[in-house]
Design a protein around this ligand. Sequence first.
Ligand code: NAD
Ligand code: UFG
Length: 344
Amino acid sequence: MAHLLITGGAGFIGSHTALVLLEAGHSLVVLDNFSNSSPESLQRVKALAGLADDARLQVIEGDIRNPADLDRAFGAAHSIDGVIHFAGLKAVGESVQQPLRYWDVNANGSRCLIEAMQRHSCRTIVFSSSATLYGFPETVPISETAPVQPINPYGHTKAAVEQLLADVNACEPSWRIARLRYFNPVGAHPSGRIGEDPGGIPNNLFPFISQVAVGRRPQLQVFGGDWPTPDGTGVRDYIHVMDLAEGHRAALDRLLSHEPELLTLNLGSGLGCSVLELAAAFEAASGKPVPYTIVDRRPGDAASTVADPSRAAELLGWRTRRSISDICRDGWVWQSANPQGYDV
Ligand code: NAD
Ligand code: UFG
């Protein structure tokens, strides 16, 4: 059993990963400022994990940019063996409008966290990076050796934190670091008790489709029907959030049981799915129509991004196990049981 600090653990990916780690027997301190999440998600995680008391899941409301909040989080357990760092801002369009805020939360926040880790003699970290840092990929599927060439401030902050971690590792090789580059995380826990709860109008395809199916939005706008893809719509590598959560557990297990190392891994399925294929799979899973119109391309989109996930398979023994229909089934269980997300 390890004592772990989970920053941003109340959010979409953090809550599912927290559940998987609790089920694996670990003890968690979650630090979250709830700027994009609800404390209710962690109440539900606790119930799903069958925790009778708070002993293995402590929740601290605080900000990763505040050293005192970080010290409180590190002080909540006798010692923290490792950190899983999810806390951050993730909306590409917003990052173009508010670059300073993104650099502050994502880059400066990560620097504050790493400083706190040094203060508390913790040198194991799993970092939420993103396939966004590949920009417009030159070849697909994308391997980890592809150039890092982000095209928006959000992607620049992810690349900067990856570099910061590499610099820390070069200076002090006793650090154990995993930089996990997620492709498109979607879906929900199969119970429908926890899931993705975006505020306002969803930017991303999967929650938008779910909200159309549940009747919150009239129709989907498909951004471009003339891409160089089989059906003309954008192709992505959608990964079930439970597969992603299990990928974190596998990365952590490796870091804690091997010699210190710097790992850089794609977490994706290796399979491409178009916008229209995803909408059709969601209709089949939900039994609800997902009407759509094709509109102009969205600026900044790539035609196709699909992971080469072979390095994660080789080093972690991890690969995705859940299909697009599993993703849609579980996403629909969550959306139909919680049409307003956690606001109910
Ligand atoms: P999310 O917004 O649901 O979760 C982020 C959590 O961090 C939220 O609970 C939020 O309240 C918290 N947070 C934000 N700023 C904070 C701060 N200053 N101090 C403390 N807590 C703070 O997002 P998510 O989808 O779960 O993403 C988690 C991580 O994965 C992010 O770093 C994101 O950039 C990265 N990522 C997400 C995706 C995706 O499509 N969801 C893809 C690639 C990478
Ligand atoms: N799309 C639509 N209509 C919508 C929303 C999206 O047609 O209403 C299309 C997009 O054009 C794209 C595909 O659906 O072809 C997927 O778009 P998303 O916005 O769901 O996902 P992206 O691949 O653009 O980006 C997401 C996150 C990024 C992250 C990236 C890789 O938003 O932060 O996945 O992990 F970096």
